[in-house]
Design a protein around this ligand. Sequence first.
Ligand code: SF4
Length: 450
Amino acid sequence: MCGIVGIYGQENAAGWATEALFSQQHRGQDSCGVATADGKDLFCHRGMGLVRECLTEEALRGLPGSHAIGHVRYPTQGEATVKNAQPHLFVRNGEVLFSLASNGDITNLPQLGAEIESRGYPLEGTNDAEVIAKAIGIWAYDDGLGIEGAIRKWMVTGMGAYCTVLLTPSHLYAFRDPHGLRPMSRGEKGGAAVIASETVALDILRAKFVEHVAPGAILKWGPGGLSQPEGVPPRDHHHCIFELIYFARPDSRVFNERVYEVRRAIGTALAKEDDTPGDVVVPIPDSSNYIGLAYATARDLPIAFGLVRNHYIGRTFIAPEQRMRDDAVRLKFNPLPGFFEGKRVFLVDDSIVRGTTIRKLVHMVRDQGAKEVHLRIGSPPIRHSCYYGVDTPDQDKLIAGGRTPQEVAALLGADTLRYLSLESLRTTVFTPDHYCYACFTGEYPAGCKA
Ligand code: SF4
């Protein structure tokens, strides 16, 4: 999971892109970057760290022009290094021809990477966006397909998830994989165009939302305005349901859904399946807050924010190494003193992946004197890895893999554990057949896994 932005036709496009990235920082905290174009040349700055650390005033002074793309990175393919930071530049015979940034994971990366290197373009990093950039560059310029033809060829050759922005000195392109796995929105402000992973970026820029970019579509902005070159036919939609459960900001709209409303529907559905007695509902902040609130309301139980989160640490799930995740859990949450004593507590979380965080929290709450700890999870058990841009580990590291909920509860130290059923999850969205549930079911989108 990463976040992207594209700006076309706006003075100080770098500043706009930076603000849009800042509002999407939750989608990636490892590295970031912005590339700009002034009609003749391309400029780029990328580096490790958060937006506010990397895209400083000084950095932005070196990014002139009224067109920009940007990226925040959450490493799933390729290590956390500056070589894997985006945007990438495509350079041919010493000339920078375009820059590119992408959100998603490509599943046939090894084959494509080998083909690119055999064409005389060594890969500098280990990141899928570099492969997309080089493949499109080779096909566009060495093979003479032009940018649009090369993007189309990419869309029938690359497998997996991608929401991609590509900036030449004078044009901006945006294209989305034909399954629509990751979100991409388009907005406008005055004469300027804005593309972003989430609508929150449009809101922050005061841009008007226009549409969710259609799966398989290519959009192009140039001196003549917006046009829509022929893309590829959309395939069965497989939007990532986890964007709604966990990743996206609650104030965003993704896949034609309001994120906070889906989370509230999840909490209500979870409560319908439950009559366990208890005293108080405590959501794990922040992504479970709306689920917990709706669960508590539907069960007529009090809700309390009994765990206080330190907001200056990134999301634990997003930390790329196990060691960092362990440290982050201890640093991230602290219980209200005395609050849990003698209480039967419903701890509500959106999902369980490895179980590292929730196990520590269950023990923390027990150590604080809770009489019972009941886990309520706003998604079904995750039993399969994701190949489309989410850092789920190998199947054997997923705590629900091969285990019953009772066995998982015992491992986590909880009295009971209830997951939301898949049937109930499907009732929380308008178009349930348009979603990917592969990490629950193991049924991956057809033609989307190498
Ligand atoms: S496998 Fe799971 S996390 Fe990955 S895209 Fe599908 S629903 Fe999203």
